[in-house]
Design a protein around this ligand. Structure first.
Ligand SMILES: NC(=O)C1=CN([C@@H]2O[C@H](COP(=O)(O)OP(=O)(O)OC[C@H]3O[C@@H](n4cnc5c(N)ncnc54)[C@H](O)[C@@H]3O)[C@@H](O)[C@H]2O)C=CC1
Ligand SMILES: O=C(CO)COP(=O)(O)O
Length: 330
């Protein structure tokens, strides 16, 4: 098996840049593809990414390119493109056999595909993996302690990639449950918006704790129905990330929810934003997938309607609180 010494990163947003910095911090060469010429120029000339990760000094061994063809021949690629744009970027990747490690958290509209589903259809021969967990980009770039799930269908590849990505302060836990890791990351983004709404509307900490645990029940129902393992959902990629992003306004999803909770318009909050709040894209998609599968996801459905401007915060809260009482495990 290869040693995975030379990594490439596809996507120069906050998370792609932080992962590239993690791997380049010890002087290892890392090549990052970014869409914005301003980002590639600043990384190469000034060793920083002022658009998406301001304030984080980057290693000179991290180089950037605007040409996806330059990623040919590397040992593995971390793919960190927001899910709505992922398919188009993957279609332009150079033909290769190196593993693709998906780090984005969402479900594609229309196809109801997670990143690995999209890639499997495009690259049936390439090893695929998922990297997901409670990982604010600025903390990883700063070298703060972080643990994360690394899932691949083949346990030997999962172990090898986990070893290759591990650093003294960055601990990947290997798993074979790719769908569990993907569902945990996608659903927690939606629940982070819900918790932000509760915070912005001043509904208190009891309500937030209730949302986290009832939201986790939704994530588990959806995940188990799609073949995820319960321990993955209760692990770093599910519950771990849910706790992180439901309790901090450093989360863009939580911050979006705070705005909604304060009564700001969803359309205005979504307009002109440079950074992503993936939960806003995924909420209607996962809500529809759940409905089609007969899976009860009232919080996800409510977030989808709030983001679409179809309901207001007071009305949505009233609707959630007036649902029939039920047994907890049901
Ligand atoms: N920021 C974080 O702390 C973490 C983010 N993630 C996930 O990583 C993924 C990427 O997020 P960030 O790096 O934070 O992004 P970001 O919000 O920092 O930047 C937006 C990214 O979207 C890209 N983009 C915008 N329009 C595009 C288009 N038309 N085609 C292709 N790319 C386009 C930009 O080039 C940029 O890379 C998301 O799925 C997010 O949920 C996962 C873990 C941590
Ligand atoms: O996924 C994240 C941390 O694990 C980042 O969350 P936000 O996209 O909400 O900022």
């Amino acid at each position: 098996m290869t040693s995975f010494a030379r990594f490439g990163v596809v996507g120069g947003g906050a998370w792609g840049t932080a992962l590239a910095q993690l791997l380049a911090a010890d002087g290892a060469p890392v090549l990052l593809w970014a869409r914005e010429a301003e980002v590639t120029a600043a990384i190469n000339a000034e060793h920083r990414n002022p658009l998406f990760l301001p304030g984080a000094p980057l290693s000179p061994s991290l180089r950037a390119t605007g040409d996806l063809a330059d990623l040919a021949g590397l040992d593995a690629l971390l793919v960190v493109v927001p899910v709505p744009y992922l398919r188009a970027v993957l279609a332009d990747l150079p033909t290769d056999t190196a593993p693709l490690i998906f780090c984005s958290k969402g479900m594609e509209a229309g196809s109801f595909a997670f990143p690995v589903d999209i890639a499997r259809a495009l690259f049936p021969e390439r090893p695929l993996a998922v990297l997901s967990g409670p990982t604010f980009a600025h903390e990883v770039a700063a070298g703060l302690p972080t643990a994360i799930t690394l899932a691949a269908a083949d346990p030997a590849i999962a172990d090898a990639l986990a070893r290759a990505l591990a650093r003294p302060h960055f601990r990947p836990y290997a798993s074979t449950d790719m769908i569990g890791a993907e569902i945990g990351g996608a659903v927690k983004n939606i629940l982070a918006i819900a918790c932000g709404i509760v915070d912005g509307a001043g509904l208190g900490l009891n309500a937030r704790a209730a949302l986290i645990s009832r939201g986790f029940a939704e994530m588990t129902r959806f995940g188990l129905a799609r073949g995820a393992q319960a321990e993955t959902l209760a692990g770093l990629a599910g519950l771990g990330d849910l706790v992180l992003t439901c309790t901090s306004s450093n989360s863009r999803n939580f911050a979006l929810g705070q705005g909604l909770g304060r009564g700001e318009s969803a359309a205005v909050l979504m307009r002109d934003r440079r950074t992503v709040a993936e939960g806003a894209f995924s909420a209607p998609v996962i809500a529809e997938a759940a409905r089609a599968g007969g899976i009860d996801m009232p919080i996800t459905d409510t977030v989808a309607r709030l983001v679409a401007g179809e309901t207001g915060v007071a009305q949505a809260i009233q609707a959630l609180l007036s649902r029939p009482l039920r047994r907890e495990g049901a």
